[in-house]
Design a protein. Structure first.
Length: 444
């Protein structure tokens, strides 16, 4: 057998003395190969001995390996295919109360004085924007501020959406303080089935980081709401986000946190997401309280510790699809058919750069957008950086995991430098194992 090249988007990991594991980030295929079948593995080249032809054909057809020179157009073809997929569904992020909120989170970047609200008379105007989309399928995400402060409007709008062709289930980012089991169930009836909810570690750290606007704690109410939701006999998906810093990331604090949510273990409707508290305000020319920010030197180590403990307890990690799907790490703002619709009448691209002029691309009053501005944010295969093509995560982010940062190439930091490749492959495998076990148990 000859010598083959391993595609740059295939991660090669030693898993034991007698086997290695190849994971393909292009198509989410993984395969373990016994070393007795490997003649040589060096410098992204591999040759085999006594390997069945059907397995060699599998490795070639699934784009683990290739012979000779790589087709010059390979990456542009793949990028074009992913671009088509990303643009096949429109995403509309709605701000029912603009940035008004019942919380006063210490790291929040939003101006809670901007309290415009959608009125019932705006339902048809927003439906007109949705109706003018270029693709058949669309989804709606409710964001804020705290969107549930205008839940009456959300209910009325979801009722209207049910009659729209191409409507996919909706999602919501909420602090969950108002999200009782009863409210959750009624919203699920209206096809809001996916949520991101934040619970910042222990009661002590969460209540310090995420108090009510009055200063009172919020942990107990959110935890009780999660318990009510957990008891519901229906399908949904909740990503429970934990923002960590020095107040909640010691081993003792981690154990305390996992004990407090033990009632969620082995329920695959709930997934966990761990992120360091960052200086989100910098996107709008401001700065956050330095006492709140996570310490830069230990971010990856702390995140991996949280994730390892979660995996040991049988939780699937909420960000895993970012890495198992081509285009999974491309920001929503980089997608051609993505819009943020503010209660102030603006059409925008990004929910982070809320005060930036470049973020305003039009008005929903006339249901139109400035396409030249939209293109500044939007991914296309023609924007791919040559240097990105050798990255193991190229097909995940296509060099535009954050279009806001990509507008300043000198300060753009590649997604790859924020992850440990070996640990990432391990957590992908572990999440797959957890899901496989859950499916087997559900079939019994």
């Amino acid at each position: 057998m000859g010598t083959y090249h391993i595609f740059d988007q295939v991660s090669v990991q030693d898993v034991s003395d007698d086997a290695c594991y190849l994971y393909n980030f292009l198509n989410d295929f993984g395969i373990e190969i016994r070393k007795k079948y490997i003649d040589r593995l060096e410098n992204r080249e591999i040759s085999f001995r006594n390997l069945k032809q059907e397995w060699l054909d599998f490795l070639i057809s699934r784009k683990f390996i290739y012979e000779g020179s790589l087709d010059q157009d390979y990456y542009s073809r793949q990028a074009a295919s992913i671009e088509q997929k990303l643009n096949s569904t429109a995403r509309f992020t709605l701000l029912p109360v603009q940035y008004a909120c019942n919380f006063s989170c210490r790291y929040c970047y939003e101006n809670h004085e901007l309290k415009q609200r959608y009125g019932m008379d705006q339902i048809d105007e927003i439906l007109r924007v949705i109706g003018n989309r270029e693709c058949r399928w669309f989804s709606v995400e409710y964001f804020g501020g705290e969107p549930l402060l205008n839940v009456r409007w959300i209910r009325a709008f979801q009722e209207k959406l049910k009659d729209q062709e191409g409507f996919l289930p909706s999602s919501m980012t909420t602090n969950a303080y108002l999200l009782t089991g009863g409210l959750f169930s009624s919203l699920a009836d209206l096809k809001i089935l996916s949520y991101q909810i934040t619970l910042d570690g222990t009661r002590e750290s969460h209540d310090w980081l995420r108090p009510l606007a009055s200063g009172a704690g919020t942990w107990d109410t959110i935890l009780n709401n999660l318990k009510e939701i957990r008891r519901l006999d229906r399908q949904f998906r909740i990503s429970l986000r934990v923002n960590f810093n020095s107040s909640n990331s010691s081993d003792e604090k981690m154990e305390e946190f996992f004990e407090s949510i033990k009632f969620l273990e082995n329920d695959q409707r709930f997934r966990l997401l761990f992120r360091p508290v960052g200086d989100y305000s910098s996107a709008n020319g401001r700065s956050s309280d330095p006492d709140v920010l996570a310490q830069a030197g230990s971010l990856q180590e702390v995140q991996q510790s949280f994730e390892s403990k979660a995996l040991e307890r049988g939780y699937v990690l909420a960000d895993i699809s970012m890495f198992t799907s081509a285009g999974g790490a491309v920001c929503y703002a980089a997608k051609k058919n993505s819009r943020v619709i503010g209660a102030d009448g603006r059409l925008m691209k990004c929910t982070l750069a809320v005060d930036r002029e470049i973020n305003s691309i039009g008005s929903y009053k006339d249901a139109s957008a400035d396409e030249q501005k939209n293109r500044l944010w939007t991914f296309s295969k023609d924007k791919v950086r040559e240097g990105c093509k050798s990255c193991v995560l190229f097909f995940q982010c296509l060099g535009i995991s954050c279009p806001l940062k990509a507008m300043k190439p000198d300060s753009y930091r590649c997604l790859r430098y924020r992850i440990d490749e070996s640990f990432l492959v391990q957590k992908i495998r572990k999440c797959k194992e957890i899901l496989r076990t859950a499916r087997l148990n559900s079939d019994k």
